[in-house]
Ligand binder design. Structure first.
Ligand code: ADP
Length: 162
């Protein structure tokens, strides 16, 4: 039987429990999920791509069904290159919908063989975003419970407690 592979793209700057929740839900549907860091969206990132990859690695506890990778350029081209047909995206509040709908529609135009699957996180994480986590950490706020321990430590190193 053919292995079912999905790509979970994002900036993961850094990975949060919101991302991990979507990742675990994806693993119930697919044999392998590729966490793919989009490197061309270098929107003032806090962590470098190798740092982000390492933080994902430290957070997945050696799960062999997760592959960590990075890509630049168009997502549809990357998805073809790794022989996948499915992309996973997470949906938080309504605000994610419009952007995600536009992206998925454009991607379908670029590659009609590719489907985007949207998943909802647990209610505990639907308000969590990498951006808010960074903001809270930068002001010395506690991010425990929203990010894996390795990320918490990395944030403490970037923003030493005051
Ligand atoms: P962020 O907006 O947190 O920087 P990314 O660009 O890394 O997120 O997003 C990668 C994917 O993960 C997107 O589909 C995004 O909607 C999803 N995602 C991020 N955080 C959450 C969350 N808390 N709940 C559900 N999906 C999420």
């Amino acid at each position: 039987m053919k292995e079912k592979v999905a790509v979970y793209p994002g900036s993961f700057d850094p990975i949060t429990y919101g991302h991990m929740d979507i990742l675990h839900r994806g693993l119930r549907l697919f044999d392998t999920v590729i966490c793919a860091i989009a490197t061309n969206i270098e929107k003032n990132s806090l962590f470098t791509v190798p740092e982000r990859m390492e933080l994902i690695r430290e957070s997945i506890n050696g799960d062999k069904n997760v592959v960590i990778d990075s890509f630049d350029g168009l997502l549809v081209q990357y998805v073809k290159r790794v022989n996948a047909r499915f992309v996973i995206r997470g949906l938080r509040a309504m605000s994610d919908f419009e952007y995600e709908f536009q992206m998925a529609s454009m991607n379908r135009n670029l590659n009609c063989d590719m489907d985007t699957i949207f998943m909802m996180t647990s209610k505990d994480y639907f308000f969590v975003s990498s951006r808010t986590i960074k903001e809270v950490a930068s002001f010395g706020g506690v991010v425990k419970g929203f990010v894996p321990p390795a990320v918490e430590e990395a944030l403490n190193r970037k923003f030493p407690p005051r």
